[in-house]
Design a protein around this ligand. Sequence first.
Ligand code: HEM
Ligand SMILES: *[C@@H]1O[C@H](CO)[C@@H](O)[C@H](O)[C@H]1NC(C)=O
Length: 490
Amino acid sequence: MWISTSAVYFISLTASILLYRGFLHPLGHVPGPFAACLSKLWAVAITLGGRNHVTILELHAKYGDFVRIGPNEVSLSNVEAIQQIYGPRSTYKGVPRPAHSESLMSIRSHAEHSQRHKIWDRAFTTRALKDYHPLLSNRVRQLSDRLASECLKGTVDIGKWFNACAFDVMGDLAFDSGFDIVQKGDIDGYSRTLNEAVRIGAIFINLPWTAVSAKLPWLPVACKKAKLERFAQQQVRKRQAKVAYRKDLSYWLVCASGAAAVTCATQFSPAEAVLVIVAGSDSTSLVAFFLLYFLAQHPSVLNRLRQEIQDVYITHGELTINHLNELPYLNACINESLRLFPPVPNGHPRLAPKGGATVGGYLIPEGTTVIVPAYTIHRDPRYWTEPNAFRPERWLPEGVMEGWHHDTRAFVPFSYGPYSCIGRNLGRQEIRLTIAAVIQRFDFQLAAGFDARAFEQQITGEFLLTRPMLPMLLRERTKCERGWHQDSSC
Ligand code: HEM
Ligand SMILES: *[C@@H]1O[C@H](CO)[C@@H](O)[C@H](O)[C@H]1NC(C)=O
């Protein structure tokens, strides 16, 4: 009797929730797949299916600029919305993140965020970035040497090594030389752990109540994450014991330079060190990875880029970050990779403010989660002519012909506004150096039988895009080919 009463109660409750969500909800007028209106589980299923960046693009193609993707969620694919939702005067709030410890990324009060942001800013000035150059060059040299030995053995899993290098770089910047993955391999599994944590994080973002599970210490993922945090703590402590501080990224987060002296706080949150690694490693290496993938398929682009880089090499005898910063074609290629495969493809959730908001004639009720999906907007033919073509020239004055759409407002790989990426210049410098070093030293091609369609279909996008295995054959170019000797011996 008791069971049947509660069953009836449960069924009618569920039915009325579904009825409300499906038909009576204030978002009822926004089109979208019916299942998505009923339950968050739809979004979770899409996320776990892995292809949600493509799903969202297809939904917009079908339903238009506004799509309801959850009971209280809309995706908005229109360039006019970006400023309003993410801009500096936005009244939208960040979605609470299931973070266990405070870091720049988990702070959601505007005032507190801007205060912490000021401290982070000091680590990303042009001057500060210069001090990181030797660290970066050293790691990219290790990568290049590693590739030179790997390529003798057969096909190379290029993405794996790019990722390892980016991990080592961020380890150097966040802790005093944290990792050595290019040279020694991922022996402690930190890189693997992070990738798993990011995937789990995507589920948490969709279903905040599942975050509780991360607090259950016996779950394998929680164990691994705890291991990473312990490592972070250790490294931070080791660093604090030192007398002389190297001016790496974490220096700026812990040290304040007064008029006379530099004082360093004894407390540096390991959460922020981990944030540097989480935010800066996969993202950066993905851009370089997808760019190399495109270059392997577009020999004329590769030739032009190589010429540009080789000229720098011949003029200066080396490739340094300073020399690479201003190369127009290299920068155009990087933008084109960021456009077609933005590492964070689905946009960043924001909550509609008190009293709701109107965008493009739609009323978005208070508390609705809104996203502007980068992947979709980057491939919208209203903003980009031939949106799916890899065509770096579009970023140069010569490449935008009469009637071409090239709306850079619709280019948001780093998001937009006060919560956007603080590391974009650092990331770009690292990508320039990595790409330049690799194409200057190696010839490369995709292994025989490589199927680009199948490759692209394997790319998933839960939170970050993932990289499928990309089998490449590399050959070290001779010194003459690299433009070493301008003399008669070549
Ligand atoms: C090219 C590679 C990169 C891409 C595409 C990228 C992308 C992004 C995006 C889209 C966001 C906004 C996330 C959101 O709104 O939820 C973000 C935030 C952030 N990124 Fe990056 N990022 C890159 C490299 C880096 C690097 C090298 C660092 C170095 C530490 C970094 C540090 C951060 C931090 C700290 C935030 C949080 C900012 C805040 O919440 O105020 N990123 N990044
Ligand atoms: C690449 O995009 C950035 C915006 O993120 C822009 O400032 C820069 O000028 C672009 N580069 C080229 C070569 O157009």
